[in-house]
Design a protein around this ligand. Sequence first.
Ligand code: GLU
Length: 473
Amino acid sequence: MTGEVVTRFAPSPTGFLHIGGARTALFNWLYAKHTGGKMLLRIEDTDRERSSQAAVEAILDGLHWLGLEWDGEPFSQFARVERHREVALDLLKRGKAYYCYASQEELADMREKARAEGRPPRYDGRWRDRDPSEAPEGVSPVIRIKAPQEGETLVRDMVQGDVRFPNKDLDDFIILRSDGTPTYMHAVVVDDHDMGVTHIIRGDDHLTNAARQTVIFQAMEWDVPNMAHIPLIHGPDGAKLSKRHGALGVEAYRAMGYLPEALRNYLARLGWSHGDDEIMSTEDMISWFDITDVNKGAARFDFAKLEAINGHYIRAADDAYLIERIVSLLPELDGTEKIRAKLDDKHRAQLLAAMPGLKERAKTLTELIDSAAYLFAERPLDFDEKAANILTDEARAVLGKILPQMEAVTEWNADAIDAVVRAFAEAEGLKLGKVAQPLRAALTGRSTSPGVFDVLAVLGREESLSRIRDCAP
Ligand code: GLU
């Protein structure tokens, strides 16, 4: 194929951008970028009852968040109904389609008969060669394609290989309903042709549609675009992806604290790989991605792997960038009102100072927020169970004893405090942990946190000493 590659992502706006759709969009985007081509966005909104503007917005938001920008304005399939009708009438004129007046009862009989004979339910072609003068009065007909009856239809798929469909199994399906609206099968072909789509990349649940759509392309004597049907995403147990497995909207992943670049990296690896590379920059993905390298077998969704990749991206991320992400995520998280209310310049600066220690331990932004909670806590602190257990009378006595020495620290920084605490532990014949753990519990209300000297430095002298005093006897 010569000329520019044009791919398209064609979601039906009946719900959020779910994770499978996001991967389909990503593969279309990667392939377009890899080839220096374009990715178009077509909103398949012809089903008026199931489509909604809220879903359109959610899909656009999800794509923006993932950084998958399309070229040009999004197309509305519904807005093109006239054109779909025109092509259906054109097919009629070319003798490639015909009016069918079969009634609902006749169609039901046909299905019943097929079932009784153990055949798949297929339209029997009863109006295929009938003269229109035989049309019954007052019936609005549908238009059906005259599908070939002999031989086979070949789909040359870039992922699945050559897939052959015996034509006897493709009946004369409807392209225009009696109310003049196009069927999905027909609208997709007209749109893909008119939009100059060269590569159709979509889920392999559309493979049978590909054969039917090929019939329409050929009837119009249009070039059939290259096809690539990518395997669906399954759960880790191999079963169809369920909510429990992660069949959620992209916005749910955002709310769980995943970074878009991490999700994008993870999704790219679902069904496609480049050697053993797990972590790939966007530039690398674009330069390495080829649709023919996508695996035929179903990909398995694995939350643990996604978390590990996300943790990697968090550790590697710029601290200020993480704060931006946190700030934009906070309003979506319940129970963060206090943090939001307190997030002034001083707290932002503290968060920034604490970030190197915090990000080492977090796999998601929500974990990061959770572990930063001590910065925003109000005195007296709430202690979690483990912290409460650490703060025994004995531990509190240790805090009481070290307090004057800490009050005497003039240069309040991690190294200076570290030196004081160590000297104290040595003089008292205590292991460092016997001092550090009570300090940590008193300062953060938890039993785990970034390095306690960093915590002390970030909280600052006054707040640190007050929190220690609160726990001293
Ligand atoms: N609108 C279809 C869907 O959301 C995709 C159609 C296509 O890619 O051809 O499943």
